[in-house]
Design a protein around this ligand. Sequence first.
Ligand code: BG6
Length: 478
Amino acid sequence: CATESHAYVIFGATGNLAKIKLLPALYQLHCLGYLAPGVKILGCGRTPHERDGWRDEVRKILSDSGTGTGSCLEGFVERLDYLIGSLQDAAFYQALGNWIGTGECARNVIFYLSLSPGLYVPVTVGLAQAGLLAESNGWRRVVVEKPFGHDLQSARHLQHALNTHLEEEQIYRIDHYVGKESVQNLLVLRFANMILEPLWNRHYIDHVQITHAETVGLEGRASYYDGHGGATRDMIQSHLLQVLALLAMEPPVSLEAESLRDEKVKVLRSIRPLDITQLASHAVRAQYAGYHQEAGISPGSHTETYAALKLYIDNWRWRDVPFYLRTGKRLKERRSMVAVRFREPPMQLFQGTGAATVHPNWLLIGIQPDDVVRLEISAKVPGVETRTRQISMDASVGNPGERKADAYEDLLLDVIEGNRSLFLRYDEVKAAWSVVDPVMQAWAEDEHPPLQYPVGSWGPKAASQLFGKAGQEWRQSL
Ligand code: BG6
């Protein structure tokens, strides 16, 4: 058997995530030389495939998407194998055990649960009963996708069930958003530079906006989205609260996993509980017009496709600085960004001089599609009059021709390398559920349907009322 023998076992290999993210990411890692020769990739699913048929299918997926070509593609498909079986069936886990090997020849294995969350526990139990999680011969790691539970209580149950069979070090809770280059860049911007830190607090920052706007709708995921999702669960509890944590955390002692996660969890725990009696001034939910006509949506569903929250972080650095988070489907543009608005100068020296206007300073950080950093500052308009206008200092993060890695490439490599910095610790997940749970519960008990917004708009008008300050609004563009 090969000396360095790792395996990726993908449960749900014929599903959407595997097709559009996992296999392309592993393919890129292969082509870039990050996968050792002994790394094998086993797809598991209920769809019948012989090994060659599966290889053909993956070859087609990668070449149709324009990513896979030539010898790289051929080298990659050589790594692939397939195992059919029912996840409820002990015989399947026996067959998996045979594939993994035993004794000296056992592989180090990553089990990637690209499955509906209801299957995380049965699969873990199946693996455990077949002895496949024991690390006596090689390491065993389990990657679970978000959402980790669908509220605080179910997250607790899930954690308990996983912990019965796995050590915490074996669990990789993935949040692909954290793997995005532009999101990791938040750490670099903050902690590899000195110029931001003196300003990065309640004395200089008026408020922070975090936006994730999508033009897409449900993309065939109605049963997940309408049953267990909604914008708050699907995006805010995980991705947007992670962005908030990275923006607001204190400098970690190192980039080592526990240091980073210690600081993130402190931020999440400092978020002031929302006042449910005043919910409308802190949280807005809405549905795009026509949501009920989508296939698979239950009649009268109140699931929100748009959510906006105004949060406060009760700590020394951020007390009373609002953090506005919003996300929605079928909005006007696909745009994710952070917008930091600075306070105004204590005296408006230029206000009385002709047509001068005061512009606030903004720091804008594009997450996608534009990976840019922009600082907006005031400057004098050339001419004899003293007028001011806003100019921007712009930087594109990448250079022309530089390839941006997909979030999954980075994260899948981290699992092989055993680097858990970008994966969520259970206490982070728990703290994030504690933030959104009361809101979701209040909405669940509210008999009024969510507000509606037209497809192609920026969401409901009521979301602007969260600001409650003259002249303040959502920043729609970079
Ligand atoms: C996923 C959500 O986690 O993130 C989706 O389930 C959402 O609903 C997606 O569309 C957004 O991430 P990205 O990377 O596609 O912008």
